[in-house]
Write a protein that binds this ligand. Structure first.
Ligand code: MP5
Length: 199
């Protein structure tokens, strides 16, 4: 089964992760500042965790998957620098502790380190495809958040997700449905966490 079939096999879970109220509020500019800032600070931690996961995945990936994973790692390092600039501009403290959804997602990435390569590639594609679809639904975004919307909707990012799709399709996962739904649930919990911080 191609990984691109997974969203339509789990439409409700996919909808929860990619049409979340967080994204509606980014689009129309009503996102509470505390929700957005919580998401940003926690996402810096997530991206640092993802960088570790992806580095280990590159080390054991088959030859055809190496280029897309290596390019993605360079992009993750640049993204951390971009996030640090955004956090500084908003006066945010990146040393704030990890919240439970962030810790939970880190635990999932840790378990995926021990999973077979096909499962890990399917998971990574799901992580990135979720962000592509979620931020695409927030387009064009309220002016103050437009740079964030553009970050995950630009053609280069869509091309990266397509490259990960090809890599994941090259190494079948034993239970792609379970891998997909577990990642998508972690994504939904991450948006929920940000909204709850402002409630
Ligand atoms: C991504 C992210 C996308 N930044 N945060 C979460 C919770 N899920 C997915 O990863 P990237 O590296 O920012 O494209």
């Amino acid at each position: 089964m191609p990984v691109a079939d997974l969203p339509s096999r789990h439409p409700d879970a996919w909808q929860r992760a990619t049409r979340h109220p967080f994204l509606d509020a980014v689009r129309d500019g009503t996102i509470p500042v505390a929700a957005f800032d919580t998401w940003l600070v926690q996402d810096v931690r997530f991206v640092a965790d993802l960088l570790r996961f992806q580095s280990r995945l590159l080390a054991r990936a088959p030859r055809p998957a190496q280029a897309v994973l290596a390019g993605g790692l360079v992009a993750l390092v640049d993204e951390l620098a971009w996030f640090e600039e955004q956090a500084a501009a908003r006066g945010l403290d990146l040393a704030a502790p990890a919240l439970p959804a962030t810790t939970g997602y880190a635990g999932l990435l840790g378990r995926l380190d021990a999973a077979d390569v096909g499962t890990a590639l399917t998971a990574l594609w799901t992580v990135e495809r979720t962000y592509l679809d979620a931020w695409s639904a927030a387009r064009p975004g309220a002016p103050e958040y437009r740079e964030f919307v553009e970050h995950w909707t630009q053609p280069g990012f869509a091309g990266y997700v397509a490259g990960l799709e090809a890599a994941a399709d090259g190494v079948p996962a034993p239970d792609a449905d379970a891998t997909f739904t577990e990642v998508v649930a972690a994504e939904t919990a991450f948006w929920d966490m940000a909204m709850e911080a402002a409630a």
